[in-house]
Design a protein around this ligand. Structure first.
Ligand code: NCD
Length: 308
């Protein structure tokens, strides 16, 4: 694995190995605290982020490595008109591994072709977000103990939500996973995902307009915010932004062991009253995200720790 651009760059076996390593680190952080000493990670974020960037940086620091980078296009030479490829190539001479986010779909793939160090796509426009997918997979594994025989409801902005697109691709490889798509008409899953994933692989999926009608069936409910920054028109955003709000009342018919996930940031789509419900997993998800990124950085840098 040279670069990680699309969640499908990882085989099912590689995902299992990463989750296994992430779980080992979680159980014994001290053992890994120096394994990336003298290595550096660059975080090149041409689009704002809190969790993803800081999770990468915390992951590298906790492995004993160093971090450098920028957190917005305005604070890089992009503001002088430098091409993304030139910026990334420059930074590749200062670092051992790069995590990059960009608002344009495909930008990390293009940049990765010019460099000799591994590059991780930390989100490209409405396209993919493979490390959020790894975070989601680690959460599902820790909380449900399996990837097969699950009914997953995905709710909110299924059109622009890259975490949704990535997770569908990744979960489509496991046995007997049923998908329920819950969105307003205008924010439906893009046709290319329906065709390339569901239809091509003959996977069961259902499209509905309310979460109430499917709540009792779900093992996982993956909530997402409406992606304001990808709308052409603010009026449309305002009209659609509160389409779905999960509250305790709607959870009355849900399974006792439902796992409620959200990649965060949350805007309005989950009432804060849900946070104390044992089914709320979205802050656990944040925690798992750091450990799976530690596992990913180690793996991509080829760092091994002797097993006892
Ligand atoms: C997501 C993203 O950036 O796509 N957030 C994240 O990485 N944790 C989801 C979002 O911004 O809505």
């Amino acid at each position: 694995m040279k670069h990680l651009i699309d969640p499908m760059d990882l085989t099912v076996e590689e995902i299992d190995q990463l989750i296994d390593l992430g779980s080992k680190i979680l159980a014994d952080k001290e053992k890994y605290q120096d394994v990336c000493k003298h290595k550096s990670l660059a975080t090149l974020f041409f689009e704002p982020s809190t969790r993803t960037r800081l999770s990468f940086e915390a992951a590298m620091l906790e492995l004993g490595g160093n971090v450098l980078g920028f957190s917005s296009a305005n604070s890089s030479s992009a503001s002088k008109g430098e091409s993304v490829s030139d910026t990334v190539r420059t930074v590749s001479y200062y670092s051992d591994i790069i995590a990059m986010r960009h608002p344009k779909e495909g930008a990390p793939l293009v940049a990765s072709r010019k460099i000799d160090v591994p590059l991780i796509n930390a989100g490209d426009g409405g396209h993919y977000h493979p490390t959020q997918t790894l975070t989601d997979l680690m959460t599902i594994y820790q909380e449900k103990g399996r990837f097969h025989d699950l009914t997953i409801g995905m709710c909110g902005d299924l059109k622009f939500g890259r975490t949704v697109h990535s997770l569908i691709k990744a979960m489509s490889r496991y046995e007997n996973v049923r998908f329920v798509m819950i969105s307003p008409e205008e924010l439906r899953l893009p046709e290319y995902i329906v065709k390339d994933v569901f239809e091509k692989k003959n996977i069961s999926y259902q499209e509905v307009r309310t979460m109430e009608e499917v709540m009792p069936d779900l093992d996982i409910l993956y909530m997402t915010r409406v992606q304001r920054e990808r709308f052409f028109n603010e009026q449309d955003y305002i009209r659609l932004k509160d389409s779905f709000i999960l509250d305790l009342d709607k959870l009355k018919t849900a399974k006792k062991d439902l796992c409620i996930m959200h990649p965060l940031p949350r805007v309005n789509e989950i009432s804060t009253k849900v946070d104390d419900d044992p089914r709320a997993c979205y802050f656990k998800q944040v925690r798992y995200g750091k450990f799976i990124r530690m596992a990913l950085i180690m793996t991509m840098l080829g760092v091994n720790v002797d097993e006892d």
